[in-house]
Design a protein around this ligand. Structure first.
Ligand code: PMP
Length: 436
C-alpha cells in the first residue's frame, strides 16, 4: 500500500470518490475530521460495516475503532438494531405526530440515567447541547455560562469557544462566523483546574446560568476528571444557583448504563445525550429535573422544536440499542478489554522507547505521544501530533482504522473480542518500533 505522500491509506476507488466529493462537497466530507487533514492522505470511503469491521470502496477490510465516533456500542450493523429500524421504516418514516416509540425510548432513558426525570428527543448532539443551554438560561433568567478548554459540545455558536476535537484538529484558533457577541457570555477555563474554576465562579457570581462539562473529557483525547473536580462544580453551582449540565453525548450508555454520572456519583441538573442512545441513527436528547424540563414549550416559555425530532426509525434503533445495553450489560467485559488494550498499548510504546501516555476511563481509551501525564487540553496539545499521524498510518497499513486525529477517543465496541484486541496490540508493537 502506498505511503502518506500519495494515496495515504486509500485505494483507487476511494481516491476517485474523494476527487469527485471535493468538487461538490467542501473538503469532500460532511464533517471536517473525516477529511484526514490532521494525518494527511486520502480517507478510505466506507462501503459497509459488520461488527468491529468496516469494508471500504476498494473491498479492503479494517478493524474499526472509530465506530461512528462512539455511536455504535455493539459494532456495525448489529442485526437487532438493523431489524428494528427496517421494521419501523416500513410503517412510515416520519409523521410529525407523537408515536409510542418516543415514550418507550424516553422511559428507557429516564430509567437509566440517575438525574433525568424528563427528557426531550432531538436529532443531534449539537442540537441537544444548544437546547440544554437555552433551557438553562431560560430557567435561571441568567446569561453567562462556564465551559472548559478542550471540551466539545457540538457547534452551536456560544459553545464553540476553545472546543477541542475537530476545531483543535484543524488548528483553528476559534471558528470564523462566530460573533464576539455570541461568545461574550461564555467563560472558558482549563479542565481540571480548580483554581481557575473557582475564580470564574467568583467573577460570574449570580450571573452564571450554568456550567457545561464533559464529565469525562473525550474530545481532547480521553481525560479523566481530577478527583473532586465534578463534586466542586456541583457544590459551586449549588452555592450560586446555577445549573450543572453534564454533556454525556460520548459517555452516556458507554462508560456505564447510567453514564458518567452513575460512575462518579455526581448528579447534574441537566444531561445531554446522543450517540449510543440512537443506535447509529440521528437521535439525541437532553433531560433533567422535572421542574426545569417543564419550562420547555409547550408547557413553558423556552422554545425548542424539530420536524424530525423523535423520528420513528431513529427511535426504534435507539430502543433496540438501549435494550441490548440493558439486557447484555456489556460494560464489565468491555472495560476489561479496554483495560487490556490500554495496558498493552502502553507496554508497546515503552518497549519501543516511544514516549507515550495512554489514558483510559472505563471503556474509553486514547493515546498521547508525550511523557504525560495528560490532564488537560494544554497537555493534549503539547503531545506530538506528527507522531500520532505516523502511528495512525502505520496502523491503517496493518488494517486497523483509528480516528484520524490525536484529539479523539478510541471506541472499542462489544463486537471487539479478545482476538481483535490481540491483533491491535500486535500491530501497535510493530508500528511503535517503526516510530522510535
Ligand atoms: N457533545 C459531545 C461530548 C460530543 O462528543 C459531540 C460529538 N462528538 C457532540 C456534543 C455533538 O454531537 P453531534 O456531532 O451529534 O452534533
Amino acid at each position: 500500500m502506498a505511503g502518506v505522500g500519495d494515496s495515504g491509506g486509500a485505494g483507487a476507488r476511494s481516491r476517485e470518490l474523494f476527487a469527485r466529493a471535493r468538487d461538490v462537497i467542501p473538503g469532500g466530507v460532511d464533517s471536517p475530521v473525516r477529511a484526514f487533514g490532521a494525518v494527511g492522505g486520502t480517507p478510505p470511503f466506507v462501503a459497509r460495516g459488520e461488527g468491529a469491521y468496516v469494508v471500504d470502496a476498494d473491498g479492503r477490510r479494517f478493524l474499526d475503532y472509530v465506530q461512528s465516533w462512539g455511536a455504535l456500542l455493539f459494532g456495525h450493523a448489529r442485526p437487532e438494531i438493523v431489524r428494528a429500524a427496517a421494521e419501523a421504516a416500513a410503517l412510515g418514516t416520519s409523521f410529525g405526530a407523537p408515536t409510542e416509540g418516543e415514550v418507550r425510548l424516553a422511559e428507557l432513558i429516564v430509567s437509566a440515567v440517575p438525574s433525568v426525570e424528563m427528557v426531550r428527543l432531538v436529532s443531534s448532539g449539537t442540537e441537544a447541547a444548544m437546547s440544554a443551554l437555552r433551557l438553562a438560561r431560560g430557567f435561571t433568567g441568567r446569561e453567562r455560562i462556564l465551559k472548559f478548554e478542550g471540551c466539545y459540545h457540538g457547534h452551536a455558536d456560544a459553545l464553540l469557544a476553545a472546543a477541542g476535537s475537530g476545531v483543535a484538529t484543524l488548528g483553528l484558533p476559534g471558528a470564523a462566523g462566530v460573533t464576539a457577541g455570541a461568545v461574550r457570555d461564555t467563560i472558558v477555563v482549563p479542565y481540571n483546574d480548580f483554581e481557575a474554576a473557582d475564580a470564574a465562579f467568583d467573577e460570574a457570581g449570580e450571573q452564571l446560568a450554568c456550567v457545561i462539562v464533559e464529565p469525562v473529557a473525550a474530545n481532547m483525547g480521553v481525560v479523566a476528571p481530577a478527583r473532586g473536580f465534578l463534586e466542586r462544580l456541583r457544590g459551586e453551582c449549588d452555592r450560586l444557583g446555577a445549573l450543572l449540565v453534564f454533556d454525556e453525548v460520548i459517555t452516556g450508555f458507554r462508560v456505564a448504563w447510567g453514564g458518567a454520572q452513575s460512575l462518579f456519583g455526581v448528579t447534574p441538573d441537566l444531561t445531554v445525550l446522543g450517540k449510543v442512545m440512537g443506535g447509529g441513527f440521528p437521535c439525541a436528547a437532553f433531560g433533567g429535573r422535572r421542574e426545569i424540563m417543564e419550562r420547555l414549550a409547550p408547557l413553558g416559555p423556552v422554545y425548542q422544536a424539530g420536524t424530525l425530532a423523535g423520528n420513528p426509525v431513529a427511535v426504534a434503533a435507539g430502543i433496540a440499542s438501549l435494550q441490548l445495553a440493558r439486557e447484555e450489560d456489556p460494560y464489565e467485559e468491555l472495560e476489561r478489554r479496554a483495560a487490556g488494550l490500554a495496558g498493552g498499548l502502553q507496554e508497546a510504546f515503552a518497549g519501543a522507547g516511544v514516549p507515550a501516555t495512554v489514558n483510559r476511563v472505563s471503556t474509553l481509551v486514547s493515546v498521547f505521544f508525550t511523557e504525560g501525564p495528560v490532564t488537560d487540553y494544554a497537555a493534549a496539545r503539547a503531545s506530538a501530533h506528527d507522531t500520532y499521524a505516523r502511528f495512525f498510518h502505520g496502523m491503517l497499513e496493518c488494517g486497523i482504522a483509528l480516528a484520524p486525529s490525536g484529539y479523539e477517543a478510541w471506541f472499542p465496541s462489544a463486537a471487539h473480542g479478545d482476538a481483535e484486541i490481540d491483533r491491535t496490540l500486535e500491530a501497535a508493537r510493530a508500528v511503535a518500533r517503526s516510530l522510535a
